[in-house]
Write a new protein. Structure first.
Lengths: 344, 344
DNA sequence: GCTAGCGCTGGCAACGCTGTCAAAGGCGCG
DNA sequence: CGCGCCTTTGACAGCGTTGCCAGCGCTAGC
């Protein structure tokens, strides 16, 4: 019911508009959906009436009638604020450009029920599609279920999972390989590394790429475990710097642990990069803010998110449109924390 | 249509369940909504049938029929990944505990159309309620419109806006006052500050609280402009440290600028905290990762977000429930970047 | 013995929109 | 001049739920 010309509320419906404009609701609907077959004059009248009454269509009703919700979801764990936020920015921006809304569905990577949880979420909320963020995107059971449900999905990860109809695969392995080679070229021979959690395939990729770039196998003592947390980075750095033959370069699998290495080095009076080169991974803001500024590997996260969203929307709009697995190149950002080995 | 016992798809409806269970759809609906008036036996049968068919109710249809969407929205600008992500964590967690989903609606603080944009978003998406994050929560026109639409909203900010039916007001002014007093107690007399963007009321609060704690007025040269960005912090720090009488303490209105101060000091060979004390604001992870670790003010963001969400959901479930404006106390985290002034 | 009241269940309409189909009117073409 | 075709418009039937009210079979109360 329209409540008069002013103070239009949520309760103005398409019927009110149709009545006020003297046309059928179907015609109003056509105008709303920019259907081609509407007379110019009619369209104009309807548009004016809509504006006059302050009407906005109910997405809910539209969803029920059309089978499309104009909602997409992002499935994410929350290990890293920087990554999530950069990705979300790109997704949300693309969504609103296309008239979609974004719903956030958090999950726990370690939870054995993740796939079931995501499925039940999709069934209830009836979103039109999903974007699955790392590391959750490494779980093959999720895209498998989604495909079975017929819901389009896009994964963002460092490895390609055939279960996804569409993926953005960042070449983390290639990037760490390049970083490793760079260190070797600089003259480093005692090169150490702090791993990420081994159950993340991206962590495996980073490790594999880096190790492959080195001339020989890495001594066990140089290969430290880490969990992407600051404290684990501190512990690993302490262990490395306490060795009789400490490394002249340390690659930490994310920026946070790399920052910990720099802090640990500083507290022991080890000069970075004079006595120790340090590199991280993520291209986070943090890397630029610490002293010395951290060499790191940047993923074009916002850009990737935009691409992922565009692909997803294309799949939604046209289910036949074949989408592919896109490789994404990463870039090495060289800063002050890395240099040729100095006085050993 | 049910497609057999296995491979149940999205298309299982309440009708299928009703038929399979031998009851009316109305009864199935009652079971779904945990209505009290259902016989134990009937409930059991229905529940079993639901499980057997793999049925999940359509939130969309429920929304249309009941006038509730079980969707709440968070309205946010994106100035600070750390803040947004901590808040989102609390919101999303509380939502899913209560069976709601979260949709993210980004806005631009500076946009003159923000309020209209939010209104149109609410009208289209028909969310049941909104949580407005800082700094967008400082714009009074937004809650004003929402109240007019009859949509519950909760604001999280550093100042109380009467337009909001419910707010969480963090006492940033009180916290910076305490910080200022602490610096004075430590013996600092030459105290400087780097402001945030003056059009943020929270920045005004932080400034006002800090200045009020000092024994005398702050010299103009000690009061530097900043925009919460790292570079602006660097510039301000450079200006301050170039003075004939450089300050012995600098309070930067956020952690990022404080990190810049520490970096600038280091590059000039100014020892922190020996020659210069530095404090920030935000309690971000960054603060703990830099060297020296940064004294900062922590808002219990995730906790606040949880509280805000609980209040919002209470208002949604029971519109009569009176919600209030809750003051939130912040805590000063003292770390190595702050000490008594040393050799001046 | 009759009615009121209770616990449980079902039928019907509605929520606000779109899909489908068909009708009305105007046009070109043979 | 008549036919078919195209464009514009409308009627009707859903979409999958819930709200409302009625009705069933009982028991309790007068």
């Amino acid at each position: 019911m329209a409540q008069g010309e002013f103070g239009a509320t949520l309760s103005v419906t398409i019927d009110d508009v149709a009545e006020a404009a003297g046309v059928s609701i179907r015609t109003v609907s056509r105008v709303l959906n920019k259907a081609p077959n509407v007379g110019d004059e009619t369209r104009k009248t309807v548009l004016e009436t809509i504006a006059r009454l302050g009407y906005s269509p109910s997405i809910r009703a539209r969803a029920l009638a059309s089978g499309r919700s104009f909602l997409i979801a992002v499935v994410q764990d929350d290990p890293n604020a920087h990554v999530i936020s950069a990705l979300q920015r790109g997704i949300v921006e693309t969504c609103s450009r296309h008239g979609y809304e974004l719903v956030v569905h958090p999950v726990r990577f370690g939870d054995p029920e993740v796939a079931a949880d995501v499925e039940s979420f999709v069934r209830r909320s009836r979103v039109d599609g999903l974007i699955v963020l790392p590391p959750t995107s490494e779980i093959a059971a999720i895209p498998a279920r989604l495909t079975q449900l017929g819901v389009p999905s896009v994964g963002i990860a460092s490895v390609s999972l055939p279960e996804y109809p569409c993926m953005l695969v960042s070449d983390e392995r290639g990037a760490t390989f390049e970083l490793g080679r760079r260190l070797v070229e600089l003259g480093h021979r005692r090169i150490a590394m702090i791993e990420g959690p081994p159950h993340f395939r991206s962590a495996q990729q980073r490790k594999a790429g880096f190790l492959a770039a080195l001339p020989g196998p890495m001594p066990d003592a140089y290969l430290q475990k880490g969990d992407y947390g600051f404290d684990s980075g501190l512990a690993a750095a302490d262990a490395l710097l306490s060795l009789n033959q400490p490394p002249t370069a340390i690659f930490a699998c994310n920026d946070i642990m790399a920052a910990a290495v720099i802090k640990a080095a500083r507290e022991r009076g080890v000069d970075v990069p004079g006595q120790l080169s340090v590199a991280g991974f993520d291209g986070s803001d943090l890397a630029a803010m610490i002293t010395p500024a951290l060499t790191t590997i940047r993923r074009p996260l916002t850009e990737m998110a935009r691409l992922a969203t565009e692909s997803l929307l294309a799949m939604i709009e046209d289910p036949k449109s074949a989408s592919s697995h896109e490789p994404i190149a990463l870039s090495l950002i060289q800063r002050q924390s890395m240099a040729a080995p100095g006085a050993v």
